[in-house]
Design a protein around this ligand. Structure first.
Ligand code: HEC
Length: 141
């Protein structure tokens, strides 16, 4: 009987040891990998929070840049064309301003701000993008 119990005890002893080894190893590896895995989310979250207030303005400026408006315009200073902040001030509160300016930007034209005319921006710039840009310009302070 004693002889027969020994392997059983060995199996029990090994069985008691074996679960320990696998549980110890996974315990170590999450502890090692956790900081590495956890690091990017907080960084991304911070970037998102920082970007949120300027994201629309940044997107509008990028669209204006892409549409080549900034070859002739800036937000705050006259260049070839009038400063967009001045355009906003001139048309503030005028109901038909948006439609009028969308047509003007699309077809081009002059005589409002000086002797230099704006060349047509359509169809290089889509009607939708022109509308978006004019909407943005009219809300500038
Ligand atoms: C080649 C130069 C040039 C480019 C490119 C240009 N503009 Fe102009 N823009 C002008 C000039 C010059 C005027 C002034 C026209 C006038 O006096 O009537 C003007 C006027 C304007 C006005 C005011 C129009 C008015 O009647 O008061 C708006 C709005 C405007 N531009 C938006 C844009 C947008 C949006 C783009 C890009 C899609 C753009 N412009 C690209 C030269 C340019």
């Amino acid at each position: 009987m004693k002889k027969n119990l020994f392997p059983v005890l060995m199996v029990l002893a090994l069985g008691a040891c074996q679960p320990d080894t696998p549980t110890q190893q996974p315990k170590l590896s999450p502890a090692v990998t956790a900081p590495v895995v956890a690091a990017p989310p907080p960084a991304a979250a911070v970037a998102e929070v920082k970007a949120a207030p300027v994201s629309e303005d940044a997107a509008m400026r990028a669209l204006a840049q892409k549409s080549l408006c900034f070859t002739c315009h800036t937000i705050d200073n006259n260049l070839v064309g009038p400063a967009w902040s001045k355009v906003a001030a001139k048309y503030r509160g005028q109901k038909d301003a948006e439609a009028k300016l969308v047509a003007k930007v699309a077809k081009g034209g002059g005589g409002v701000w000086g002797n230099v005319a704006m060349p047509p921006n359509s169809p290089k710039v889509s009607e939708k993008d022109i509308q978006t840009l004019v909407g943005y310009i009219l809300l500038l302070k």
